[in-house]
Design a binder for this molecule. Structure first.
Ligand code: FAD
Length: 241
């Protein structure tokens, strides 16, 4: 049922992604399909009628009416603890979307693509990586993914497979603690770490940066300092510090 722009949707599957994040699969009857990188708004209504709306990126793309979200719990948050801890298969929620026409990648291009994610910012970039792998367009993809620890990586196993199969070259950055055997640096991404992990300016990559606001601003500023064309850098801010 559609009321206004809102569609009634049903959660069909939930699975743990990390200790604090969960992947939700949600069937949305009448879903019109989405491009990689788009998001939806989710509306929850309490028994007393109180409503809360938050945006969530789509890890899925395309026409399938079962969409995928990955939600990381924000301590003290209003909506994310419910989606991560309480929601169950069979529960209903309302979905508006797909939304956003700017932070998208469409298969077919051959320009190098650089994805840079912090935390749950991986979600829309995962949709792009999946689309690239499915389309086998030839566009070379790289991903730089910054997480607190190895256990905080959403889609860790799938990214390992994408990296091994050669479709998307993945570089990890650990801000708090690295997995055993890691001989790289541990700490927030700095200029040298970013420069070493991404396409050089002469390749003129299309760059997509997504994550918490502070992360996105730091990375985007650094990219411009390194000489990347600001017009080729697209950003999506998830809020918070
Ligand atoms: C376009 C878009 C796409 C998004 N996609 C995703 C997604 O795929 N997965 C996902 O987990 N989240 C995503 N978010 C963030 C999401 O919309 C919520 O902001 C987040 O789940 C927190 O909501 P809350 O109600 O739990 O916290 P709130 O009650 O809204 O906030 C509680 C406190 O946490 C801070 N805060 C809010 N959001 C964040 C954040 N992302 N990081 C750190 N601190 C924060 C607030 O400033 C506030 O102080 C997206 C946001 C946008 C704008």
């Amino acid at each position: 049922m559609i009321v206004g722009d809102w569609r009634a949707a049903r959660v069909v599957d939930v699975s743990d992604a990390t200790a604090t994040a969960r992947v939700l699969r949600v069937t949305v009857p009448g879903w019109p399909g989405s491009d990689p990188g788009q998001h939806v708004d989710i509306r929850l209504t309490a028994e007393d009628g109180y409503q809360a709306v938050r945006s969530y990126s789509l890890g899925s793309y395309g026409a399938d009416d079962t969409i995928e979200l990955a939600v990381d719990e924000i301590p003290e948050g209003e909506v994310s603890p419910y989606l991560v801890r309480d929601v169950r298969p069979g529960d209903e929620l309302e979905v508006k979307g797909p939304l956003g026409g700017y932070f998208v990648w469409r298969a077919g291009g051959v320009d190098p693509v650089q994805l840079i994610a912090g935390g749950s910012g991986i979600v829309p970039l995962m949709a792009m990586a999946r689309a690239r792998t499915d389309a086998a367009t030839g566009a070379p993809f790289r991903l730089l993914y910054s997480v607190r620890t190895g256990g905080d990586a959403i889609y860790r196993d799938e990214l390992g497979m994408l990296s091994e199969s050669g479709g998307v070259a993945v570089t990890w950055a650990y801000t708090r603690a690295a997995p055993p055997g890691w001989d790289g640096r541990v700490g927030r991404l700095d200029r040298a770490g970013i420069e070493a992990a991404i396409w050089s300016t002469d390749r003129m990559p299309a760059v997509y940066v997504c994550g918490p606001t502070g992360f996105v601003e730091h990375v985007a500023d650094t990219l411009v300092e390194l000489g990347h064309d600001a017009r080729r850098i697209k950003t999506e801010r998830f809020g918070g510090a």
